[in-house]
Ligand binder design. Structure first.
Ligand code: DGJ
Length: 722
């Protein structure tokens, strides 16, 4: 089984990975090893000798310096002077803590995290959870550390639960989900910064002495930084190096930090951003941190990504669509924006049906008096005049054409110009006495208030029950400035950002479980909240408002490091592209968009006959191959950051089929032919590629020759095992 306790050591393992925690001579928990499988009884912590500036304790067995030992869940001035994972204020003012080992429990399966999204286990999984209980009796606080290990994923799911076991209230100021101390070495880290319409670009740097990292402060995981970091050996690449992935299952403000003091061990932490955060705990209450998933790969970054893809696709995403290939959709947003009526929508649906598209999505502008982005958010009642009848009758007409019907909502927002705001101005997030900032002419609904959440659950549910709606796009187009709720007393205002996200999770849980047959896609002005927390409720994400095929090569490449491609919404749009003005061929746009949950986003009624033919062929190719896009193993072959070319592939679980994708972001004149070395195939097996037969060995070592030129700047090859 994956968890063993022996000789004061906890060994969490599967066949290829070990995570070892030791109870020290002074009953502190030591983070002694995370990496390739080892024999834990042969691992012995060496206690360093006295170093001048560190505080140490003289005790039997020699001097004991916690500040030089790898700590499992370090606390402020304990006396470990490195970054703490936990800080709090207690009434005595003695805000320094020493949490000592108390007890442990090995639980079969994986308990849920109350109110928070998390990886889950299913019956039949070989999985165990270790709970280690630590306490500072003087402060009256207990911290329980949780670790789950599955035998088939090289991953550890970690979170902490902080309990007030004293007689007085305490205020938590910082509670990280994970803290890891690495041994001396040369390391690099990668993160995924971005902006609106250029999410998840790549930043890579050497780990140096000092503090480095990233964080968000806008109430969401954000376009600016994804809650994910890769930490590993300097020089790590797709197939080389010890690589650790750290992913936070959380949609609010996050913080990822690496700290190296002097030449001492790098400490890596991830969790809720302590910025403007505090949380009051009354006696007997518990605070649960979000879950962090940490993965280990001995073979580079590619294997790390495949671990996340499998784990998140099968044990984080839920519901009917978890394992199902996604319907090909057409969304009217870039086709019509707010300017539509029933005829215009049905004209698009008519063409969509002929092309083989399966789902019609009606985007923003169908409700209240919304003909631009200045009004009606909160008034989730169909504008029957604009729609030429009820939503139900429109859905019927779409269904009659053989298409499913889907609808856009932005349920966390309220327009100042809305019936909802006129009735409940106090439901918008604002600071009393100050005019709230209207961004995109909208305000944020205060989801910390139960009555607001109940109203949204009811109104959205009424719309979903009133028509045959089989897909929902859940959008969110502004971040939270002026975080304040008049429902919270002054000492609890530091809870606002976290309580807001807990409120979002509550609403999503209620709506998604009430409508289990609906496919939900999350969106936040594109990828402003593309995180694992959202994936738990919605298995698909609109990852960027940028539909330009070249830009998408970078954005989808960045996404592929942690998110399964089944979750990546990708659409073919019109040219010149609305975000960049660039003109790319329909073939190129199709190749790039067929790398995920595929769809179109343009006015199909304006498309030429030839283009419709190409689209029909694209849809039929995608339908034939979408099973492998949904659950195949993903390999990045050529990086758009290193060459003008991008290439990637999917391989079926039994290695009997594969898809090879190639797209050139730019072409220099007179390009030389290139070779692309494939990965993940069975070396001994014969495969056909482009009517030729090769062994997997040849395809992986010699590769496939590609004569790149302006007429051959993108393709998808089907690779069939014989
Ligand atoms: C932002 C989204 O990302 C777009 O796809 C579209 O739904 C608009 N909002 C609608 O307002």
């Amino acid at each position: 089984m994956p968890v063993v306790f022996q000789n004061r050591k906890f060994h969490l393992y599967n066949g290829s990975m070990s995570y070892v925690i030791e109870i020290s001579r002074d009953n502190d928990l030591l983070n002694v090893y995370f990496g390739k499988y080892v024999d834990s009884d042969e691992i012995n912590t060496v206690y360093p000798g006295n170093r001048s500036w560190q505080c140490y304790k003289s005790m039997e067995g020699g001097c004991y310096q916690l500040g030089l030992l790898p700590c499992e869940y370090p606390t402020a001035a304990s006396p470990d002077f490195r970054a703490p994972a936990f800080e709090a204020e207690v009434p005595s003012g003695v805000n320094t803590f020493q949490f000592k080992y108390k007890d442990y429990e090995i639980i079969s399966g994986k308990p849920a995290l109350e109110g928070l999204p998390a990886v889950y286990a299913e019956s039949g999984d070989s999985v165990q959870t270790l709970k280690i209980i630590t306490a500072d009796e003087y402060a009256g606080i207990e911290i329980d550390l949780f670790y789950t290990v599955f035998d088939r994923f090289n991953a550890v799911c970690r979170h902490s639960e902080i309990k007030n076991i004293g007689k007085d209230g305490i205020k938590i100021k910082n509670a990280q989900s994970v803290s890891l101390d690495f041994p001396n070495g040369a390391y690099e880290y990668i993160h995924f910064p971005g902006d609106w319409a250029r999410e998840k670009h790549i930043s890579r740097a050497a780990v140096t002495v000092g503090t480095q990292g990233f964080e968000t402060r806008c109430g969401a995981s954000s376009h600016a930084e994804n809650p994910f970091m890769i930490f590993g050996d300097r020089g790590m690449n797709e197939n080389y190096g010890n690589v650790y992935g750290i992913s936070l299952i959380y949609s609010g403000n996050h913080s990822f930090k690496i700290e190296c003091i002097s030449d001492i061990l790098p400490r890596v932490q991830a969790g809720i951003n302590p910025f403007m955060f505090s949380y009051c705990l009354a006696p007997g209450e518990t605070f649960v941190t979000p879950e962090a998933v940490i993965t280990y790969s001995a073979n580079g970054i590619g294997e790390m990504s495949r671990t996340f893809h499998r784990l998140y696709r099968t044990r984080l995403c839920r519901g009917k669509y978890r394992d199902l290939p996604r319907p090909v959709l057409v969304n009217n947003w870039e086709g019509t924006y707010f300017n539509f009526d029933r005829k215009r929508l049905l004209d698009i649906a008519d063409e969509a049906a002929k092309i083989g598209i399966e789902l019609f999505v009606l985007d923003d502008g169908w409700f209240g008096r919304r003909n631009d982005d200045r009004s009606s958010l909160g008034d989730w009642f169909a504008n029957e005049e604009k729609l030429g009848g009820s939503l139900g009758s429109l859905a019927e007409e779409i269904n009659r054409r053989g298409l499913k019907f889907g609808l856009w909502f932005e349920p966390e927002m309220i327009s100042e110009d809305s019936a909802l705001y006129r009735a409940h101005p106090d439901w918008a997030v604002s600071v009393p006495g100050k005019k709230p900032l209207l961004s995109r002419s909208q305000l944020v609904l205060d989801y910390t208030k139960p009555q607001v959440r109940d109203y949204i659950v009811k109104t959205v549910s009424d719309v979903l029950s009133g028509a045959n709606i089989e897909y929902v796009k859940w959008d969110k187009n502004r971040m939270i400035s002026e975080p304040y709720s008049d429902s919270l007393p002054p000492e609890r205002q530091g809870e606002f950002y976290h309580r807001y996200i807990l409120g979002v999770y509550d609403v999503l849980e209620r709506i998604t479980s009430a409508f289990p047959d609906v496919l939900f896609e999350s969106c936040s002005g594109g990828g402003g909240r593309n995180d694992p927390g959202m994936l738990y409720y919605m298995p698909q994400t609109w990852i960027s408002d940028d539909t330009d095929a070249v830009e998408r090569l970078y954005i989808q490449y960045g996404s592929s490091f942690v998110y399964p491609m089944s979750s990546v919404g990708a659409h073919v749009s019109a040219v010149p592209n609305h975000q960049t003005g660039r003109i790319t061929s329909l073939s190129m746009r199709g190749t790039v968009a067929m790398n995920g949950a595929f769809g179109y986003e343009l006015d199909l009624a304006k498309v030429s006959g030839d283009e419709k033919e190409t689209m029909r062929a694209q849809v039929s190719f995608y339908k034939k191959n979408r099973g492998i896009v949904n659950d195949g193993d993903y390999y990045r072959l050529l990086s758009p950051y290193e060459t003008d070319y991008s290439a990637w592939m999917y391989v079926s679980g039994d290695q009997s089929r594969a898809l090879l994708y190639f797209a050139a972001a730019a072409l220099t004149p007179n390009p030389i032919p290139i070779r692309i070395k494939l990965q993940g195939l069975d070396g001994d097996r014969l495969y056909t590629v482009n009517h030729e037969t090769y062994t997997g060995r040849t395809l992986m070592n010699y590769g496939v020759y590609v004569a790149v030129n302006p007429w051959n700047n993108n393709f998808i090859y089907e690779i069939e095992g014989l």
